[in-house]
Write a protein that binds this ligand. Structure first.
Ligand SMILES: [Fe+2]
Length: 346
């Protein structure tokens, strides 16, 4: 049963976010983790908007979730369908082999998340809020973040890191495919840096821990997790008695130092309607900071603005959230204990 309101939300996504034109070919691509009934609403809306629309489904990868390795391998016919699309709604395809090349070749894609709660999550976080205001705000935060010479992140839990901003632009990650942008994810928004930043300092995470392992997937730690970093190399992970051993075992299992590099992205969630439910929604909770670690080579193809030195190629990707950060852009405070100070955006 799909929420009745989801039809309007899907309309908003295709019309205002994807900017779908009647003459454009739309492909709706998804695997078995997302119910057919939900994805079919995108197909119905595409057809109603006058767009020739095709749905393609494919088997889910053997391991699932972000950073899953081995990555999904799409059937050749599925990739061909993506290559012939003007616009793509892709649920569960972002990390599949070859999709980054499809996007880099000029086919635009929105990633709406995946799973049986997708309709409820998108109605709440895209259909209900003023997403145009969220877009403007994310653009403004990215502008201020880019202009700052130094970005400092602290927390009462013990985070203390400073990003020397020289050479690291910020991206709005506002959820919209505006002005030639080829890829983004929903819900909005998550402005911040998308580069491998070689800083030194201490991060303390008390929100979600997300990494690919059969035991964990993603969970909130009972005790904060402390990650110490020296010039972009993780030197120590300590804290939560359950999750830290699992994370270390998982990462050590790769026998590859690249999985201990990072952060490879630092983003500020801005969506008041987002909850700590699941990826991707949990990364957009207003006022949290999401840090990504290990691989950013897959997503760098989607972002398209990176130099090689700011990309880390690794066989997995993991994320951690801090719930009540404070963020300073030079001397201006942007976030205080998890609250975005909107006066700072003027
Ligand atoms: Fe990430």
């Amino acid at each position: 049963m799909v929420l009745a309101e989801f039809y309007k939300t899907a309309q908003r996504i295709l019309k205002d976010v994807v900017h779908l034109k009647p003459e454009e070919e739309l492909v709706v691509a998804y695997d078995s983790r997302t119910p057919h009934e939900i994805m079919d609403v995108f197909r119905q809306v595409g057809i109603a908007m006058g767009s020739p629309t095709t749905s393609v489904t494919f088997p889910k990868p053997p391991l699932t979730g972000k950073g899953a390795w081995p990555r999904a391998t799409l059937p050749r016919a599925t990739l061909e369908a993506l290559r012939s699309a003007d616009a793509i709604v892709g649920a569960g395809v972002t990390y599949a082999e070859g999709v980054g090349d499809v996007i880099a070749a000029g086919h635009r894609m929105i990633s709406p998340g995946m799973g049986p709660q997708m309709d409820e999550i998108l109605v709440r976080t895209v259909g209900e809020p003023d997403i145009f205001k969220l877009r403007d705000e994310a653009n403004r935060i990215a502008e201020l973040w880019t202009d700052a010479k130094e970005v400092k992140i602290t927390s009462k839990e013990g985070t203390n890191v400073t990003i020397d901003k020289s050479g690291y632009p910020a991206f709005p990650v506002n959820g919209f495919l505006d002005e030639g942008e080829l890829w983004d994810t929903l819900p909005p928004a998550q402005p911040g840096t998308q580069d491998y930043i070689q800083l030194s300092g201490t991060f303390v995470f008390d929100g979600f821990v997300a990494f690919q392992s059969p035991e964990v997937g993603w969970q909130v730690p009972n005790q904060p997790i402390v990650v110490n970093v020296e010039e972009g190399e993780v030197t120590d992970i300590s804290g939560d008695k359950v999750l830290v051993p699992l994370l270390k075992t998982h990462l050590n299992g790769f026998r590859d130092p690249s999985v201990f590099r990072g952060p490879v992205h630092i983003n500020l969630g801005t969506n008041s309607n987002a909850r700590l439910s699941k990826h991707q929604e949990m990364e957009r909770v207003r006022g949290i900071i999401d840090c990504g670690w290990a691989d950013n080579s897959v997503l760098s193809k989607f972002m398209g603005k990176h130099t090689k030195s700011r990309v880390n190629t690794a066989p997995t990707h993991w994320d951690m959230l801090m719930l009540r950060p404070s963020v300073f852009l030079d001397s201006k405070q942007l976030v205080k204990d998890g609250e975005i100070l909107t006066d700072a955006l003027k």
